[in-house]
Ligand binder design. Sequence first.
Ligand code: MIC
Ligand code: SF4
Length: 642
Amino acid sequence: MGLTIAQKIIKEHLRSGEMKVGSEISLKIDQTLTQDATGTMAYLEFETMGIDRVKTEKSVAYIDHNTLQSGFENADDHRYIQSVAKKHGIYFSRPGNGICHQVHLERFGKPGKTLIGSDSHTPTGGGIGMLSFGAGGLDVAVAMGGGAYFITMPKMYKVNLTGKLNPYVTAKDVSLEILRILSVKGGVGAIIEWGGEGVKTLSVPERATITNMGTELGATTSIFPSDEITREFLKKQGREEDYIPLSSDEDAVYDRIIDINMSELEPLIACPHSPDNIVKVSSLKGTKVDQVCIGSCTNSSLFDMLKVAAMLKGKNIKDSVSLSVSPGSKQVLTMLADCGALSDIIASGARVLECACGPCIGMGFSPNSAGVSLRTFNRNFEGRSGTADGQVYLVSPETAVAAALTGEITDPRLMGEEIKVTMPENFLINDSAVIEPATPDEAKNIEVLRGPNIKKFPDARPQNDSLTAELVLKVGDNITTDHIMPAGAKILPYRSNIPYLSKFCFGVCDTTFPERAKAAGDSFILGGSNYGQGSSREHAALVPMYLGVRVVIAKSFARIHIANLINAGIMPVTLENPDDYDKLTQGDMLSLENIYDGMDNGKLVLSNKTTGEDIGLVCSFTERQKAILKAGGLLAYVAKEC
Ligand code: MIC
Ligand code: SF4
């Protein structure tokens, strides 16, 4: 039987397990990346492991999320990451060099290699045929130390692309179309491979937009073939030697095939507050727009920015609209400046922000009260923009510019003739903002610089054989990590200070949660389906762990979050019968007995002491996961193993 692209890469990197859907496998990891908001914690964890030098082929530490430096906290974290990177063999991408996924694609990613990153949009690397996964910081720390990365062997989905995008219809619309078809849960447990004749019409940045947003489907990752277009991209980046061809076998078998005819697509838009809340742009015609933001790891390539500049050239944005443009990398910004396109953007009235995540993670540029904000980003979860009642829509750069120029949601196809941009012969290569690690000899004398905001990593506790505790919080379906542990300008600087961060845990749902959880001592949380979707931030597990949460019960979980819960020593269990969700009320006293036996049998009985009812739970863990939970989290487990 033939193999898919992902299966071929998995086969080459398999460290343990059988490539059987649903069973646990572990992979050798060639490259890692971190960003600052998750990186500080990941490097603290790496240091705890006591390994001198990373064992990967390449590890890169990016500073791109927390760049406001509104106090000493961010600056201290940057300094810590820079020094720890230098000492331990990690490349350091300075603040200003760009968004991790954009820079990694341009400068470091390689087809056929494996990459894990402490950021959920790491699958962007699939745009050049790299098998890349978002993971919690602890998993990245372990991979840097040479340890394998564990996943559940995914199903294989194929999206068969035919046709060709029409003018003003873009790769972003392809991403939104697949979200419309599959929803934010539709990719869970699957790798999405993009194939078919249509693939040849898409450039690497367009492919990367699509693999980037595969994260919003809940997919394990997404990947494109590596072909002549990939070779051309790498050649223009001065690294043709990194190219290898990669395609699926003719007789590869897929669990599901989805057809998308790109010629039939039209501009789409994701409405508040979920990336799968998709309608046609034309159906919202005339909706007044207050703010437009262009950028993020989804749409900040040179290709995107040149199109934006071409549409804005010689025009002024509407008085009522505020427009921000954040180029994805120093390379993109410099090339925009060199060819004059940056001047066209500035002249239109746009505010050019630095090459960083910025508004995407609520680091400034929050919309006005109840403001309508059109963003070329990948997430529009409630409150994420920093304005609690902000109405965020996700769109392509073309739809974004159309709104900025007209002041209302406008089908970009009405904006006149097709825009044509000419991509340069070569990209401008200048890696001056990437600092190389020290040699092993030099490293001995490098001091790691820690600021006062870096607090001790909280100790996880082993799961005991029984637990009686209160259900401190009951929440609904599709709870995101932005609900559990919000980000944004006010909170993000404290990512290395779990005690402080804990004051904001679940703030979007219930501001009384932190106090109540602390008072309860041990506790349970109950969620609906797809609990923990969204980011890879392990803080969404570490902070509840710090507040005493021992078990999270849900109808179903998102992939990265379930791994983060186990790594933090919190036991994730699912309801055997999802309808039993209604039999549990916040405040109920719950009890679990014989937890260890239950872990072995895959089943537990939850006694609701308040109502007297018993509820069946499924707890299917691998031997390794059981050992992690019993040890009190991954760090304790790794320490025991060494
Ligand atoms: C996000 O887009 O939500 C983030 C911020 O990039 C997160 C990482 C984090 O919370 O630091 C992600 O996607 O993993
Ligand atoms: Fe940064 Fe936004 Fe991309 Fe997350 S989704 S990495 S915050 S640009």
